[in-house]
Design a protein around this ligand. Structure first.
Ligand code: CTP
Ligand code: MG
Length: 600
């Protein structure tokens, strides 16, 4: 009886939650989370926050030590790593747990269905467990013994997915120790500022930032599991399809909290069977669409509808089918991820592989990409809302291009990666040559001993003076090319070479980026900026080095009004203000000035 009422309670709670959630649930959630982050930063670190901070910071430090995603395991190729993770996700389940339960009893119960390889817990909108079995048969056995919820006043869609709810008889769970929860959200900007200020060099800061922000093994597993759960829905229509993550989930530059970009991969359907003997063969009769784009749109439209109406945990589904790359956007509530499902987008998967490869050639690449992306977000150069802003993908390509310009170059050109490819690497997608070497050991790098700090400084100098009006950024050639069209910022798409990755960027946004680069380059010249003051205790360290670069800019406000006002101020006083702000203690600085906060 109690199990029954528990079950009913959770279904009602879920239904209530669903009905109160606006279509933009996930967007709101992410938005509030980031607003909270900046709020924290701009209002300074209060006592209560400080207490929490100490424990959060120890957690970030521990996480950084445990995190092993920086190096490809045993020199496996990108494809092999993705395939291994996908296969693990197919053997996993996601279980919503009650607020109190006994971890050992829970695992014992599940072990009746087979050996558990790995498991972890996290808390978001409730407590969840990810459990990976060693064999897919365990999933079948577990599903056999799982019930559909009984509901009296509502009807449930009887869809049996691998998203389950644990029902625990109440009464016996006082003083239960709670399991350890794995963090799935990024540290706040306040935590980051404090953490970095305690470091002894800018190089250490950049490494620490990367380790604190990067996706954890658990977070990547959860991302693959969400793709796998979605695959179960899509396979109702196309049994051979696979849903694969791409973008920052897999390219090595993902930050905790970033979206999950997914591709509906239908290649398995197109694989043809060999006919032997008589020469006779059979062909499927199929419906034809007006164009490949129209077929993609109709496939995504039905899957979007199915996800909306039958997909457990999927809320706020929007079909964005008129975009250049049609997509279905939704929030996966149990994981807290915002998901973008696309189809027929194999080139983007190849771009992800390319970035993965660049990111794993030299640790300085990831340090630079993480720091530039973080710096850009702190100054609202990038945004989670689509618009005329520079995107994280564009910034990453700009970092790669900059590293190709060093003397000697730190990264090889894309043309070189194509030259090094073996016969099995050959890949042409819709007429675009997407061939790149998959074996990292074939790539010989030149000896360049620049520190990450020097590279960061010179990145700002490079783009603070780049001839954006006439030059295009081209990582294929590793050289500036003449801009083929009139546009503020031209970054050639690595594989679809007629496309501009940053077509959306307008002159105002480019100008903000350039000004901020100039200001940041200028800050690097100042000794107050470069060194941690030795007189400060670790309790009260002022932001310096990279954390000082995150302080509100005096030159590039996001709003038109604020920018006009600042133009009246003489340059020397703007610079003086900036330096003064660096001298004040971290929390007080932003609380006192309260300027130029990100407005989105
Ligand atoms: N992409 C592309 N051309 C663009 C934008 C995106 O080819 N103009 C591809 C890239 O492979 C990119 C992926 O789509 O990595 C996902 O795009 P997006 O989510 O915007 O970027 P991410 O790299 O995933 O970064 P973020 O962390 O901001 O999500
Ligand atoms: Mg993304």
């Amino acid at each position: 009886m109690s199990t029954h009422s528990h079950r009913r309670g959770s279904v009602y709670a879920c239904a209530r939650l669903k009905s109160t959630m606006a279509a933009s649930f996930g967007v709101c959630r992410l938005h509030f989370r980031s607003l909270g982050r900046f709020h924290n930063f701009y209002l300074g670190l209060e006592t209560q926050t400080h207490r929490r901070l100490t424990s959060t910071i120890s957690a970030i430090k521990a996480q950084a030590v445990n995190n092993t995603v920086t190096k490809p395991k045993e020199n496996k190729t990108f494809q092999a790593i993705q395939e291994e993770r996908r296969e693990q996700a197919e053997r996993s389940v996601l279980i919503s747990c009650p607020p109190k339960f006994n971890e050992n009893k829970f695992l014992d119960y599940l072990s009746k269905h087979g050996t558990i390889n790995k498991h972890f817990f996290y808390s978001g909108y409730g407590t969840y467990a990810v459990v990976e079995f060693s064999s897919e048969e365990s999933i079948a056995s577990l599903k056999e013994s799982t019930n559909l919820p009984a509901v009296e006043h509502e009807a449930a869609v009887p869809f049996k997915s691998r998203l389950l709810s644990l029902k625990w008889p109440g009464g016996q769970l006082k003083n239960q120790p709670m399991p350890t929860f794995q963090e799935q959200s990024p540290p706040t900007i306040g935590d980051i500022t404090q953490l970095l200020s305690e470091k002894d060099s800018i190089d250490e800061q950049l490494q620490c930032l990367t380790e604190a922000l990067q996706l954890t093994e658990e977070n990547i597993s959860l991302r693959f599991l969400v793709c796998s759960l979605l695959g179960d829905i899509a396979r109702a229509y196309f049994p051979e399809c696979i849903i694969r993550p791409f973008g920052s989930t897999v390219n090595g530059f993902g930050k905790l909290g970033c979206d999950v970009d997914m591709i509906l991969d239908l290649d398995g359907i197109y694989a043809t069977s060999q006919t032997k003997g008589s020469g006779l063969s059979l062909e499927y009769q199929v419906k034809r669409g007006a164009s490949e784009r129209a077929v993609t749109q109709s496939i995504l439209s039905v899957i979007g509808k199915c996800v909306d109406q039958f997909g457990p945990g999927c809320v706020g589904v929007q079909n964005i089918l008129q975009a250049r790359c049609p997509l279905v956007r939704f929030s996966h509530q149990p994981s807290g991820f915002q998901c973008d499902l696309t189809a027929n987008n194999r080139v983007a998967m190849k771009s992800s592989e390319l970035l993965f490869l660049y990111g794993h050639l030299d640790p300085r690449v990831r340090h630079l990409v993480f720091s530039i992306r973080y710096w850009a977000r702190a100054h609202s150069i990038t945004s989670s809302i689509p618009g005329a802003w520079i995107t994280n993908f564009s910034l990453t390509v700009m970092v790669v291009f900059f590293l190709q310009q060093r003397s000697p170059p730190i990264l090889p050109t894309l043309d070189r990666l194509t030259e090094l490819a073996g016969p099995s690497d050959k890949c042409v997608i819709e007429g675009n040559d997407c061939t790149i070497v998959s074996d990292l050991s074939k790539i010989t790098l030149q000896k360049n001993t620049d520190t990450s700090a020097k590279l960061l400084q010179e990145f700002f100098e490079f783009y603070g003076n780049f001839p954006f009006n006439k030059a295009s950024i081209n990582i294929r050639k590793g050289k500036e090319q003449t801009k083929p069209e009139i546009t503020a910022l031209h970054i050639q798409n690595p594989f679809e070479t007629t496309l501009n990755v940053s077509k959306n960027v307008n002159a105002t946004q480019l100008e903000r980026f350039v000004k901020l680069c100039q200001e940041s380059a200028w800050l690097f010249q100042k000794s107050e900026f470069l060194n941690r003051s030795s007189s400060q205790s670790s309790e009260s360290v002022s932001p310096w080095g990279f954390s000082a670069l995150l302080l509100p800019s005096v030159t590039s406000g996001a709003g038109v009004k604020s920018r006009k006002r600042r133009k009246l101020e003489p340059t020397s006083s703007r610079i003086k203000n900036l330096l003064d702000s660096l001298k004040i203690k971290g929390g007080e600085t932003v609380a006192k000035k309260g300027i130029a906060g990100p407005s989105r």
